[in-house]
Design a protein around this ligand. Structure first.
Ligand code: 13P
Length: 340
C-alpha cells in the first residue's frame, strides 16, 4: 500500500466498506464482558478480538480498517501471529486509539476534556513502527439544558486539531471524532437541539483544524448522527438521515475524503438503516460510511459468550452485521435482508 496520507484515507473509506471500532479501553471492554458474565483478562480480550479479525468474509469484503487499543496492537493471536498482521492480511488497515480518555474538565462542571497530547509525537512514532496507519481521538460533548459551554467545545476542538496535526506529521491519518452524545444525561434533548449543537461543534472543529494546518485530504471525520437524545427518541429514520446530511453539508468541507459515523447507542438496525437512507437518497461530496463499535459487535459478543465452541456462530453474527452495514455504505440495505 502507498504511504501517502490521501491514499490511506481513501483506503479507509473503500466503497462498500467501513471501519470496525474495536478500541474499547480496558474499562469499557470490562463493562461489555460483564454483560456476558466473562472476566476481562488479556487472554479473553485477545480471544474475543481474534474471533472478529479472523471472520474472513467480513474482514475482506466489508471492513476497510480496524481501530485497536494499545494492548491489542501489541498482542499476538493464539498461534503467534500478531493481530495487526491478521488485519492486514485481510486487506484492512490497522489503526490505533491514541487519546487517554475524556476527563472531568477543571472549572467546567459536567463537561470533559480529552487528554493524551503529552508525549503523543513519540507514541505515534512507535505506533507507526507497530503497523498503525491511522489513529483515533474522541472528544466528548454532552447536551443538557445549559451545556455544552463554549469553553468545552473550543478546548475539545483544539485538542482534536493538535492531535490531528501530530498524526499527519507521523504519516498517520487522523480520525477526528467529536462526539455529541445521544446517551448523555439527561438524554431528553430533541433532534433539533442535537442539530444545533453538532453544527456548532463541527464548525468549531474545522476552524481549529484550519488554524492547526491540518490537511483535510488526509483525515477522516467520525461524527454522531443528528438524532434525539436516548430518552426522547421519536424522529423517523428519514428525518434523522435528512437532518444529518444537512448538518454535514453545512459544516464539512468537500476536501474531506470520508465521513465514518459512530453508532453512539443506536440499535444495530437503526445505525444501519440511517446510513443506508443517507447514501441512497442524497448526493454527497464525501464517502459516507460506518465506524461502529457497539452496532457491529453487540450480536457477535452475545453469541460468543466467551466460549470457544461459539466462535463460528459469533463470526457468522459479526459477518451478518458487517454485511448489512456494507450494503448501507452504498445505500442498498433493505429491512428484508436482516432476516437472511
Ligand atoms: P460506538 O459505535 O459504539 O459509538 O463506538 C464507536 C467509537 O469508536 C466511539 O469512540
Amino acid at each position: 500500500m502507498s504511504e501517502r496520507l490521501e491514499d490511506i484515507a481513501a483506503a479507509m473509506v473503500t466503497p462498500g466498506q467501513g471501519i470496525l471500532a474495536a478500541d474499547e479501553s480496558s474499562g469499557t471492554i470490562k463493562k461489555r464482558f460483564d454483560t456476558i458474565g466473562l472476566e476481562s483478562t488479556a487472554d479473553s480480550r485477545r480471544d474475543y478480538r481474534e474471533m472478529m479479525f479472523r471472520a474472513e468474509d467480513a474482514m475482506k469484503n466489508c471492513i476497510s480498517g480496524v481501530i485497536l487499543y494499545d494492548e491489542t496492537l501489541r498482542q499476538k493471536a493464539a498461534d503467534g501471529t500478531p493481530l495487526a498482521e491478521i488485519i492486514k492480511a485481510a486487506g484492512a488497515v490497522p489503526g490505533i486509539k491514541v487519546d487517554a480518555g475524556a476527563k472531568p474538565m477543571a472549572g467546567f462542571d459536567g463537561e470533559t476534556i480529552t487528554e493524551g497530547l503529552d508525549g503523543l509525537r513519540e507514541r505515534l512514532a512507535e505506533y507507526h513502527g507497530l503497523g498503525a496507519r491511522f489513529a483515533k481521538w474522541r472528544g466528548v460533548i454532552s447536551i443538557s439544558k445549559d451545556l455544552p459551554s463554549w469553553g468545552a467545545v473550543k478546548q475539545n476542538a483544539q485538542a482534536l486539531a493538535r492531535y490531528a496535526a501530530l498524526c499527519q506529521e507521523a504519516g498517520i491519518v487522523p480520525i477526528v471524532e467529536p462526539e455529541v452524545l445521544m446517551d448523555g444525561q439527561p438524554g431528553d434533548h430533541t433532534i433539533d437541539r442535537c442539530y444545533e449543537v453538532t453544527n456548532w461543534v463541527l464548525k468549531t472543529v474545522f476552524d481549529e483544524l484550519y488554524d492547526a494546518r491540518v490537511s483535510l485530504e488526509g483525515m477522516i471525520l467520525k461524527p454522531n448522527m443528528i438524532i434525539d437524545g436516548k430518552n426522547a427518541r421519536k424522529a423517523s429514520r428519514e428525518e434523522v438521515a435528512e437532518k444529518t446530511v444537512r448538518c454535514l453539508k453545512a459544516t464539512v468541507p468537500a476536501a474531506v475524503p470520508g465521513i465514518a459515523f459512530l453508532s453512539g447507542g443506536q440499535s444495530d438496525e437503526e445505525a444501519t438503516a440511517h446510513l443506508s437512507i443517507m447514501n441512497a437518497n442524497f448526493d454527497l461530496p464525501w464517502a459516507l460510511t460506518f465506524s461502529y463499535g457497539r452496532a457491529l459487535q453487540a450480536a457477535a459478543l452475545k453469541t460468543w459468550g466467551g466460549k470457544k465452541d461459539n466462535v463460528a456462530a459469533a463470526q457468522r453474527a459479526f459477518t451478518h452485521r458487517a454485511r448489512m452495514n456494507s450494503l448501507a455504505a452504498t445505500g442498498e440495505w433493505k429491512k428484508e435482508l436482516e432476516a437472511a
